[in-house]
Write a protein that binds this ligand. Sequence first.
Ligand code: G3H
Ligand code: 13P
Ligand code: ZN
Length: 357
Amino acid sequence: MSRITLRQLLDHAAEHDYGVPAFNINNIEQALAIMEAAEAVDAPVILQVSRGARSYARDIMLAKMIAALEELYPAIPICVHQDHGNEDATCLSAIQHGFTSVMMDGSLKADAKTPADYAYNVGITARVAAMAHAVGASVEGELGVLGSLETGQGEQEDGHGAEGTLSHDQLLTDPDQAVDFVALTKVDALAIAMGTSHGAYKFSRKPDGDILAMRVVEEIHRRLPGVHLVMHGSSSVPQELQDLFNAHGGEMPQTWGVPVDEIVRGIRHGVRKVNIDTDCRLAMAAHFRKVAQDNRAEFDPRKFLKPAMDAMRDLCRDRFERFGTAGHACAIKPVPLSEMARRYRAGALDPHFAAAA
Ligand code: G3H
Ligand code: 13P
Ligand code: ZN
């Protein structure tokens, strides 16, 4: 069995000081690109699926595709994670379809637009955590709202993201509140806000500490050394991919993402899960453009998809190597959900507030 919970995987990552990229998937091409990269470097994987991806690909397709990946890559532990669950039913139906982990994003209300207050976030996250843990699945919570410190705007990708202008108090996770939140909800991983946002347009210049507040990660890790931190909006939007996209008819305005070195710095300070979607999209789309422009007579979709998959595979491999994920798959023996449930019941997986061993 190669399906693993987020909790077991991130406990291993913390013990061995590495981070795990969580790549979004919507189709077999993205899933195979990730798995090929993982197999090449012996990395465990997190495949994460947004609500948009679930309605695009359909739950049954995703469930059977992931079962096929387990057969194709038996040596690679696979965590299947719901990205940005907006309410109980999203998270529970994901578990029904074989997900081993869910994000209950209570930083926003169920409309995935309206910033929620702290009591709402604690209430819904604790409730989902109790239900998920009862069957052994893991839970990621979020405290603080994702959005730009430059503009105060959240992002609106596929309808998910805060609307209106946010204050720095909302955009930066409060370290004291983080301690309280983890104690009250018992989440397995905590997503924090420090100036990253979803999509390609994160920063209007190479980010410094004013607009990418890595000090918040460091401060939260100092107070919660045994808790796994999650960085959302962690695409780097590589310049070479922007250039390739634009060289082949694209019109992407110049933009900056999160430098990989800053993510590596985060991994040294407790970041264990690093969410990446945009870079994979851009790698694929830049190559679609290139094929379309270089060979205007081409109409076989596979001739577009194969170079796009290869580009995504190379990007994923780079992140597995730079985050230190590579080389760890073979050492992990996935623990079944039933045993994880027993450990939660026994209190053995309650959050650690002291330094990790
Ligand atoms: O949550 C952000 C991810 O990039 C997923 O995006 O909702 O367009 O699938 P999506
Ligand atoms: P990017 O848009 O930076 O890839 O972030 C993806 C993400 O955080 C998914 O939850
Ligand atoms: Zn996210």
